[in-house]
Ligand binder design. Structure first.
Ligand code: AMP
Ligand code: MG
Length: 370
């Protein structure tokens, strides 16, 4: 109690700030004040935090870590404004959240040829902190055209929905047209956001191999929101459901429905933006020429090996090449774990395997961090 009384006195934004102490940019008394306030916040329990935040009209949703971060950020903004410093908030004007659903079995071997069956995307305007538009389409798988019972139960996607759908390359073209329609990559800068490295590093990459199409440039780098979240709130690396739980905002819709997953990732992103996180690229994929090969067997039994082009090559070739889908049955894919994906510190992302036994993302799961 004594602590909170002290805190409310010290936290009063109208309290005059001590004079500048020296000439270094961080020697201003405001920074000393801020570090003292941060110390106070660190010592607050959840109840004290909630009381304090209510009095400041701040949102009280979230775990203790989330509340602490939100309150510290509030002080930072207010105190720095008194010395005309705006805290740098690195954001893209737009974010596009992508969350593919793919064919699967209950146990997926490392070379399982996942085919994308749902392509959803959600456009977030970072200044307005709101969802501006959505793109959603099912895709018809061509290698294994019948969905497993497990896959339908997991994703809610039916055989009829995929049977009526266009194939992946056609859907991809419509998605790229949707990006263009919104001026993304032309008028406005944007970044792709995913929940984990698999959407680009495994599903998009693998699907492009299977479809025999160039790897799209939008998938070269992205924001793995799990990393942004754990770095910002100083939490463990959580899956989507756990991030939602941590923010205490409740999952909306059906888990593993691509568009619902993407909308919920957007909600997490909007909370990160509102709480002052810098949301920038933290992972990318490297495809080197000659490195990626796949073996395909066509219906007439002919075998061939297809080289997957590097990102540079595909960009150069994109407009001129005509791609044909010839693979009807995939005999063996390259071990996808060896696709090089790295985070922006250069650290390799070792595990792109889709063995979900350690990361069961379901509503009832308690710990699905991977
Ligand atoms: P998610 O975005 O978590 O819905 O997962 C994307 C895709 O990963 C799904 O469409 C499945 O192909 C695969 N997947 C996710 N969870 C599992 C699981 N528990 N078992 C098998 N495959 C899964
Ligand atoms: Mg999903």
């Amino acid at each position: 109690m004594a602590n909170s009384t002290k805190a409310s006195k010290a936290d009063d934004a109208k309290e005059p700030i001590a004079k500048t102490l020296g000439s270094s940019p961080y020697s201003d008394a405001v920074y000393h004040e801020l570090s003292r306030l941060n110390g106070q916040v660190n010592r607050m329990n959840k109840q004290t935090l909630i009381q304090k935040m209510r009095s400041l009209r701040l949102s009280t949703e979230g775990s203790t870590d989330v509340l602490k971060k939100r309150l510290k950020n509030y002080y930072k903004k207010r105190k720095l404004a008194t010395i005309n410093v705006t805290s740098s908030h690195k954001l893209y004007p737009y974010y596009v959240i992508v969350d593919f659903e793919a064919t699967c079995e209950e146990v997926n071997p490392p070379d399982y040829p996942h085919e994308i069956i749902e392509f959803p995307a959600v456009l977030v305007n970072s200044e307005k902190q709101e969802i501006e538009d959505c793109f959603q389409s099912y895709c018809r798988p061509t290698i294994k055209s019948t969905l497993s019972k497990f896959c339908t139960e997991l994703t809610g996607i039916t055989q009829e929905q995929v049977d009526k759908a266009e194939t992946f390359p056609e859907v991809l073209s419509r998605f790229e047209a949707w990006l263009v329609k919104h001026g993304l990559g032309t008028k406005y800068k944007y970044a792709i956001v995913t929940d984990g490295p698999w959407d680009m590093g495994r599903f998009l990459y693998g699907q492009c191999q299977l479809s025999g199409i160039p790897y799209p440039s939008f998938g070269k780098k992205w924001i793995n929101i799990r990393k942004t979240f754990s770095n910002f709130y100083k939490s463990k690396r959580y899956c989507l459901k756990m991030m939602i739980d941590h923010l205490e905002i409740g999952f909306e819709g059906r888990p593993h429905c691509g568009i619902d997953d993407a909308r919920n990732i957007a909600r997490v992103l909007i909370h990160l933006i509102a709480d002052g996180a810098n949301v920038h690229i933290n992972e990318r994929i490297h495809l080197t020429a000659g490195h990626n090969k796949m073996k395909v067997v066509t219906e007439d039994g002919n075998q061939s090996e297809r080289r997957v082009l590097s990102v540079k090559e595909t960009e150069a070739a994109k407009d001129t090449m005509k791609w044909q889908v010839t693979a009807k049955f995939l005999e063996k894919t390259k071990d996808l774990n060896s696709v090089e994906c790295e985070d922006t510190t250069g650290e390799e992302i070792a595990d792109l395997s889709t063995d979900f036994s350690t990361c069961h993302i379901s509503q009832s799961s308690d710990d699905c961090s991977s």
